[in-house]
Design a protein around this ligand. Structure first.
Ligand code: HEM
Length: 481
């Protein structure tokens, strides 16, 4: 009995000393290397990643499968580079707020070549600061108010003849309206032919973004680069005309060209790369989000009923005005939650890529200098510990503030989406016009994801059939779906 006492007592003492020593030094006993399969030498798991891009489950499936197998943090190798994926609000905070300066933004090579090295997506830390400060001042409340009016006008025109058609593909219409709105806002581009050309070329760039960076004439990457060249030529033409013009335009380009000795001007290359970046960052994301929102509302009649009630009440108040104002959007509390819930469920940008600038540690995992570290936002959005019944569309879950770093649709920190208020405004305007003009039925409920797209897009594009609410009022016996 006594011999046991003399053996256990010093052991407990040593254990206590060890705990105290760790608490004082802040060191953890053993750092973990993220689990995962590095695949075959050099190629790694590139083939599996490409297969996911080329499947109807969408490229996030690559991450989902590994997350289920290895847990919250795993490692893989794509095109010869180590990629770590991590999904927790704590990791998101540490990486996206970048307090220790351990991380920088990093896109895969094909994306950087397509958007241009002066794009704020790829620019060095210093350059990013300069470009971002120029671009963020463009999204003032005054410009947002102009944009809301312009976007509403485009939406009203676009929706005006939907009831005469047997079906409407929401994604196609949303892509058209968002491109027109963004091009008008950026550089007053309204010429139908130029817009059509831009629409096709932006589409080719999207398709090239996830492709293997091989410059052979039949590859997606090559076609994307050719499309970029054509867009750069168009932007050169617009810039040249604008520099010669004495006319005043109320757009971003005019603002970027203002001569002011107090601020460092952007070069032509910086202006062109960043106009392309904003079109790429803003058009497809917003159009895809609108498409998912229409689908989710069709799947959830109760939410649609609540939304319609709110929007029709607002319609009574604003019907004297031809177009919505930015202030009107503040009178849409339920619609705002519908927008937020759609963005959570769709997780249009499923993860955010960064690169470790030095060896560091996240949640006990060792991250080596040079590794790519991706914040897996989609897993956070579907974490049942954060959002109850995460696969259900419940707008009222946003009645209360959500946990910090849990709603990541627009990212967080110094790289937060520059267009978030504009994107939110476009979604609200669209849903207001749709719910107050039409009832709709989705014609194809297939949830397959489009192949080769950077942002999560419904393959069907969400085809709908609409009936006019106004016509229904004139013939009250018509069915209400
Ligand atoms: C629903 C629509 C949109 C979604 C879901 C979205 C999402 C995002 C996300 C998640 C990021 C940050 C990525 C990261 O941290 O790695 C981002 C960045 C960005 N977004 Fe958006 N976005 C949308 C619309 C727009 C619009 C309309 C514009 C402008 C016209 C825009 C311009 C940008 C730009 C310029 C950046 C880069 C910011 C930087 O690196 O400093 N986005 N967006």
């Amino acid at each position: 009995m006594f011999s046991w006492f003399w053996y256990i007592f010093p052991c407990l003492g040593l254990l206590l000393l060890r705990i105290l020593w760790h608490n004082n030094t802040g060191k953890t006993p053993a750092k973990k290397i993220p689990a995962g399969n590095r695949g075959i030498p050099v190629i790694g798991e590139t083939i599996q990643f490409m297969a996911a891009i080329n499947s109807n489950k969408g490229f996030y499936d690559f991450v989902k499968i590994r997350r289920l197998k290895y847990g919250n943090c795993f490692k893989t190798n794509i095109i010869g580079q180590t990629h770590v994926f991590i999904s927790s609000t704590e990791a998101a905070k540490k990486i996206l707020s970048n307090e220790g300066g351990n991380f920088t933004k990093r896109y895969i090579k094909s994306i950087a070549k397509l958007v241009g090295d002066q794009s704020l997506l790829c620019a060095s830390h210093q350059q990013h600061k300069l470009i971002r400060s120029h671009l963020s001042s463009l999204f003032s409340t005054t410009s947002l108010s102009t944009m809301v009016r312009q976007f509403d006008e485009l939406t009203v025109n676009n929706l005006s003849n939907w009831h005469k058609k047997s079906s409407i593909i929401i994604l196609h219409e949303a892509l058209k309206i968002t491109l027109e709105a963004i091009c008008k806002m950026l550089m007053s581009l309204e010429d139908k032919k130029e817009l059509e050309m831009l629409h096709k070329d932006i589409g080719l760039i999207y398709e090239a973004m996830l492709s293997f960076p091989l410059r052979l004439p039949w590859t997606r990457f090559y076609k994307g680069l050719q499309a970029r060249k054509r867009i750069m030529n168009l932007l050169d033409k617009i810039l040249e005309a604008r520099r010669k013009s004495k006319e005043k335009y109320d757009d971003f380009l005019d603002y970027l060209l203002i001569k002011d000795d107090q601020i460092i001007q952007l070069t032509n290359e910086q202006i062109k790369d960043n106009i392309l970046t904003m079109i790429i960052a803003g058009q497809d994301t917003t159009a895809s989000a609108i498409t998912w929102m229409v689908k989710y509302l069709d799947d959830n009649p109760k939410a649609l009923k609540n939304l319609r009630a709110e929007q029709q009440a607002l319609q009574q108040k604003v019907s004297c005005k031809a177009y919505l104002t930015y202030e009107d959007l503040n009178c849409m509390p339920y619609a705002s939650k519908v927008v937020k819930e759609s963005l959570r469920m769709a997780s249009i940008v499923p993860w955010f890529p960064r690169m470790a600038l030095q060896d560091c540690e996240i949640e006990g995992f060792t991250i080596k200098k040079g590794w790519n570290i991706n914040v897996d936002a989609k897993s956070v959005h579907f974490d049942p510990m954060i959002f109850h019944d995460p696969h259900k569309f419940i707008p009222s879950r946003f009645d209360d503030d959500s946990k910090p770093y849990s709603f990541l649709a627009f990212g967080m920190g110094g790289r937060t989406c520059l267009g978030l208020h504009l994107a939110r405004a476009m979604m609200l305007v669209f849903v207001y016009r749709l719910t107050t003009s039409y009832r709709w039925k989705v014609l194809d409920s297939d949830e397959s994801i489009e192949k080769w797209t950077l942002f999560s897009r419904l393959k069907s594009g969400c085809p709908i059939h609409v009936t006019s609410i106004e016509e229904e009022r004139d013939s009250p016996n018509a069915s209400k779906t």
